[in-house]
Design a protein around this ligand. Sequence first.
Ligand code: TRP
Length: 338
Amino acid sequence: MENMKPKIILTGDRPTGKLHVGHYVGSLKRRVELQNSGEFDKIFIMIADAQALTDNADNPAKIRDNIMEVALDYLSVGLDPAKSNIFIQSHVAELTELTFYYMNLVTVSRLQRNPTVKAEIQMRNFEASIPVGFFTYPISQAADITAFQANVIPVGEDQLPMIEQTNEIVRHINRHFNTDILRECKPLLSKVTRLPGIDGQEKMGKSLNNAIYLKDSSEIIKEKIMNMFTDPNHLRVEDPGNVEVNTVFKYLDAFDPDLQELQEWKEHYKKGGLGDMKVKRRLNDIMQQTLEPIRERRLMFEKDKAEVLNMLKKGSESARPIAAETLNKLKEVFTLIY
Ligand code: TRP
């Protein structure tokens, strides 16, 4: 029966910064493909501002500003509000109410076992004083997913514990109350491995100052590529080089449309005789070609931010009644309808 039900996607991002090329190859590109595949009955893309506040409550202006940045990034890569419902989490108040009821079904020790939250707590030095909202965000994420009856969740590996938590809540309610009001979901992991920062560090990000952003100018992109970390032992052109440690090749793996030629270049580099400058120029040509149309579209949408905001409001308005329906069913189950 499950395969007769509508196929519904929900995914989203915390608006804590503008999006970079790692987001592009890791998730945005795939989302656009899913959107245009015509295989899905409904697609919800959520800007998770409320979740972003769970560890940024003292700096709401940052989240507010980045809602616009993320929305512009979405539109510029080709997410289309006519096909995907793009909305703002905090504008769908029903999600908060759902979260409140789900909280009764999750234990503190269960939350403590969530490896992603654990890692995040460490990274933020929250050990001594974790905001309750942050600690419980996996429950709120379960509300995001279940509210829209989403069954396909395109995410990175770090989000797997959230999907698991969601399905535990779904099964708990459906079994305990012998109902089917909530739907289990599956992750859709992206195939592309994580892009490193331009300095070769595993993670790319704002605080590390090592990211290439979708909105970077062509000059900045070129400068960043020319400064990319290569094989430190590849001193002379004729020396044999190591492809595995070379960031430029990792980016080519993600962006190069001609994988066969890329393979030849790799062999050449390993043998010696292929200079780093030449490889960087190849990457620059390819990335400029990919990113230019995205930047052009962004400039166009930037001219009318009021219209972008309007799009987000409309998206949120049409998302609300769907979440309200799920909330209503849950309230019935909890005998809260008087
Ligand atoms: N936690 C996700 C992130 O950090 C964002 C998010 C919030 C999300 N709610 C979601 C992702 C629901 C998928 C489904 O990127």
